[in-house]
Design a protein around this ligand. Sequence first.
Ligand code: C5P
Length: 237
Amino acid sequence: MADLIVALDVSTKAEVADVIARLGDAVDFYKIGLELFSAEGPDVVRLVKAAGKRVFLDLKLHDIPRTVERAVKSGAALGVDLMTIHASGGKAMIRAAADAAATFGDKAPKILAVTCLTSLDQTDLDDLGVQRAMPDQVEALGLLAITNGADGIVCSPREVANMNKVLTPAASKPVVFVTPGVRPAGADVGDQKRVATPAGAVRDGSTHLVVGRPILEAADPIAAAAAIRQEMDAALK
Ligand code: C5P
């Protein structure tokens, strides 16, 4: 069973309340990113949780281990279900995030690592002094994250099959694979370049699909969410 997460790419609590009311029972998991969190703060997490929904807090933490540990504890105390960190923060930072989450026991958020931002290319890696080729760097950072306590990674649906093959044998628990860049066949791809269909993403091992515009901008958002859900479920049968 894979989860469908709707990206709350809006900037006010009023818009969030409107999306949640409009989608109702069709969606039970939402992503809050930097734009919304910077504008509305922890209150917006409380609002989504109060509606009985799960929350993916996507702040992509990257700081010294002590600061990340405290930020993860603050997020976990809000009851979020998934949180992101940058794998490039290093071993100690990844471990600090995982250990901080673990102190919440069965209420611990899952810690997901971002490997290389999809906005970067090989030239950017060169500028950063990274000598590996991009696919090798993505694998290396994924392995670093998983072997230091992270629960999973965020990756492109085009990478998920390979990352599954590389990370699952190295992990001591089932790995969470969260993939944005999902578009139902025939949908407008917008600014996404390397997209996959919901069925393709799930078949390749995505455990959580993040979808924004194909649902939020649909003429009938409930029907759009239901169609994606159905496609995901059918792909798993
Ligand atoms: O509207 P759309 O379905 O493209 O939204 C996808 C969500 O996933 C957005 O919140 C976007 O910022 C996020 N995301 C992405 N691609 C990445 C990482 C995150 O689209 N590589």
